[in-house]
Design a protein around this ligand. Structure first.
Ligand code: SF4
Length: 379
């Protein structure tokens, strides 16, 4: 028996890892045992093997911008340093002309393939604002994917319009929305949500809105924001809820675990145990557990460079991640926490991927290959 197989067998999680390597998805108990184990490197070996089996020595990324169209919000999440109350100092909402100018400049300067659209719950914005923006983007920049509005933003628009989230999703899809980001999930356990975002949609509402989006033909990403007040049991429940919905709809393209960035947030001031970021060890465990628990269901796991930096994202490729996410030009939400770097050029991502010995694949909004970039492209 090889040394690695022996190490796996003699660890406390050997049966879970061996099952995952045979293609058996860990159940909640298996998932919890992984989360409670300190054998992060063994998990990484198994998860890295699963990712390599699926994608080879290749990692993808998308050239994109984040359009944080408004910071006006009435939801007061305790983990958020970005929002401003309506009429408050520093509050802003982009006009359609400003949105068009940002997309045009980014397309011309960076050749973007995706606009990731995220903003606050602004009670003054009617659904026509979004419809006009999406129509403009699809008509003028058809090669740029419109990936926008979290489940909680969709719920907020439904509240403003006095209609159902299903109706909002239908209208936005008709106007040009092509896929939905996973933001707003945080941890899909209501006891956690009551503590970190008491005014936001519940776990059941997030899952229902995602199901409605999938059923309307809009694929999505699923996210998890960890590193605040959640327990390992909460993380296991979160992963199981995502897996259960995916089994039903197949609508998630990717899973993105990202760590809570505490600086300048109300939570940092109010809760000493959430004053510092979760750190690199926790990131690698989350990436590995995500791959091991979701591999058979959700193909892509993102390496989450935004809150952990490029160096950790490189390591994440060895722990089960296969996608670097986006260049995120124009990011304004995490920037408010003073995070080191919240946007990258494609050259920097390509270099980071290649230095890990992987080929860098530029992808589109739907994870289809645009082209291989960097040295491997010339080979
Ligand atoms: S996370 Fe989103 S919903 Fe919550 S306060 Fe910030 S902008 Fe508003």
């Amino acid at each position: 028996m090889s040394q690695i197989a022996e190490q796996i067998r003699s660890s406390g999680i050997g049966d879970v890892l061996e099952g995952a390597l045979r293609g058996e998805r860990p159940d909640r108990d298996g998932c919890l045992r992984l989360l409670e184990s300190d054998d992060v490197h063994l998990m990484g070996m198994a998860a890295g093997h699963l990712a390599a089996k699926r994608f080879g020595k290749k990692a993808s990324f998308v050239n994109n911008i984040i359009l944080n169209y408004t910071n006006v919000c009435v939801t007061d999440c305790k983990f958020c340093a970005f929002y401003r109350p309506p009429g408050g100092p520093g509050a802003y909402t982009l006009t359609l002309q400003e949105i068009e100018a940002r997309v045009r400049t980014a397309r011309e300067s960076f050749g973007i393939r995706q606009v990731l659209i995220q903003g606050g719950h602004n009670p003054d914005l009617r659904i026509e604002y979004y419809e006009e923006a999406f129509r403009m983007m699809r008509e003028r920049y058809p090669e740029v994917g419109v990936h926008g509005l979290s489940a909680s933003e969709i719920d907020a628009i439904a509240g403003v319009e006095g209609t159902s989230t299903r109706e909002v999703i239908g209208r936005l899809r008709e106007a040009g929305l092509q896929s939905v980001p996973g933001a707003g999930a945080e941890i899909l356990v209501d006891a956690v949500k009551r503590e970190i975002s008491p005014n936001k949609i519940t776990s059941a509402q997030w899952l229902r809105i995602m199901r409605e989006a999938h059923e309307a033909g809009l694929p999505a990403s699923a996210t998890m924001m960890y590193g605040h007040v959640e327990s390992d049991r909460d993380v296991a429940d979160h992963l199981c809820s995502i897996a259960a919905l995916q089994e039903r709809t197949g609508g998630f393209m990717a899973f993105i675990p990202w760590s809570f960035e505490p600086n300048n947030t109300p939570m940092q001031r109010e809760n000493p145990s959430a004053a510092y970021g979760a750190g690199g060890g926790r990131l690698l465990k989350m990436i590995a557990v995500s791959r091991l628990c979701l591999d058979a269901l959700i193909p892509h796991v993102q390496s989450s460079w935004l809150t952990n930096g490029v160096g950790m994202a490189q390591l994440a490729l060895r722990y089960g991640a296969d996608d670097f996410g986006g260049t995120l030009i124009g990011e304004e939400v995490v920037s408010c926490t003073g995070a080191r770097s919240t946007e990258l050029t494609d050259g920097r991502i390509i270099g980071a991927i290649e230095r890990m010995g992987y080929a860098a694949e530029e992808r589109d909004n739907f994870y289809n290959r645009v082209r291989i970039r960097g040295g491997a492209a010339a080979a």
